[in-house]
Design a protein around this ligand. Structure first.
Ligand code: UT7
Length: 320
């Protein structure tokens, strides 16, 4: 016999209420790396656009907690008003336990659900989508979405093809209820056949990447994903106030923008200072655009995450 369960009262739409960032203070320049591996400032700038990256002595959880606290402050929200904490990360040093519950406790959130999301560099967009769904379905009043990465822990500091690319940092947003929908439908997908292109093997326990393979995939397949996210949100690319793709490499960012017809003044370029911070790169770049006053509350922004798995996810959101 089928037992009918009560339906959850829905709370309407979802929106971004606040944002926080943590940029570790230790700056590593390309010249610093040229002391470790055979590379040069010229090569790294030309091929990646990266000038510096940050390396953290704090853990994924510690960095995530700082960004999370800043997001709660920016949303003017009490920790007890948060019902769910999602931590996007692919660089935790151990798999058990996940980090979300520790981030919640560090931030002073006592009774919220907590879970980790590992979709690598696309993790923030996945977690944001699930946060919005939790709000819409009535499962949560407010959700803290934290993306925190300490790639320096997994990088082989003798491998010039990866150590110049990655950096550490954390970003966070608070997602809450809204009369009007302010987080557009997610467009997502994956291709596990290319899982070898960016991976940490059980034997090596260090990050390896086929850079050109990821580069080709990102600059071709992700164009249609970005267009589909705009179409799902019923917005023309020309109407976007900003485009924030995963900050993998300046050449990828600029190539995507060019193919989408988005002018340089509307494109996020956080990778120059922060390097590739995986899932943290999108909230970090969004926070930068807001703090530089290049965006105003309500402005439509296209987010596009892509990376190891391979995985991708994109959505249009209104700026908090
Ligand atoms: O986060 C999401 C996933 N990651 C990405 O999106 C990364 C995507 N890929 C990339 O960003 C680029 O492929 C890289 C920046 C990683 C590499 O740039 P590339 O233009 O694709 O260079 P390449 O791998 O084809 O290497 C060209 C040459 C090689 O030397 P040979 O074989 O031509 O003699 C490399 O060994 O450059 C050499 N090389 C370097 N030289 C100086 C590779 N890394 C370095 C280095 N410094 N750091």
């Amino acid at each position: 016999m089928i037992h009918n369960l009560p339906s959850v009262p829905t709370l309407g739409g979802a929106r971004l209420l606040g944002i926080g960032a943590y940029r570790p203070p230790t700056v590593v320049t390309n010249d610093d790396l040229a002391q470790l591996v055979e590379t040069s400032d010229d090569w790294v700038r030309q091929r990646t656009g990266i000038a510096t990256r940050r390396v953290s002595s704090d853990t994924v959880i510690e960095m995530g907690a700082i960004a999370g606290m800043r997001a709660l402050e920016s949303a003017d929200l009490d920790p007890d008003e948060v019902d769910l904490v999602l931590l996007a990360s692919c660089s935790m040093p151990t798999p058990i336990p996940g980090g979300a519950a520790s981030v919640a406790t560090s931030v002073g959130i006592r009774h919220a659900g907590a879970a980790d999301v590992n979709a690598a560099c696309a993790g923030f967009c996945y977690a944001l989508s699930w946060a919005a769904d939790a709000i819409r379905s009535g499962s949560a009043r407010n959700v803290l979405v934290v993306a925190s990465e300490r790639l320096s822990y997994w990088v082989d500091w003798t491998d010039r093809t990866t150590c110049v690319i990655f950096g550490d940092g954390a970003g966070a947003v608070v997602v809450g209820t809204s009369g009007e929908e302010r987080i557009g439908p997610v467009v997502w997908g994956s291709d596990g056949a290319l899982n070898w292109a960016l991976a940490v093997s059980d034997e090596e326990r260090q990050l390896r990447m086929d850079g050109p393979a990821v580069f080709r995939w990102a600059t071709t397949d992700m164009v249609q994903v970005a267009k589909n996210a705009c179409a799902s949100a019923q917005i023309d690319v020309a109407e976007l106030a900003a485009f924030i793709p995963h900050q993998a490499n300046l050449r990828i960012v600029d190539s995507l923008a060019r193919k989408l017809g988005i002018s340089a003044d509307r494109v996020a370029h956080d990778v120059i200072e922060m390097g590739n911070t995986s899932s943290a790169s999108i909230p970090l770049a969004l926070e930068r655009l807001i703090s530089e006053r290049r965006l105003e509350s309500g402005d439509p922004v296209l987010l596009l995450g892509f990376g190891a798995g391979l995985t991708y996810a994109a959505q249009v959101v209104a700026c908090p």
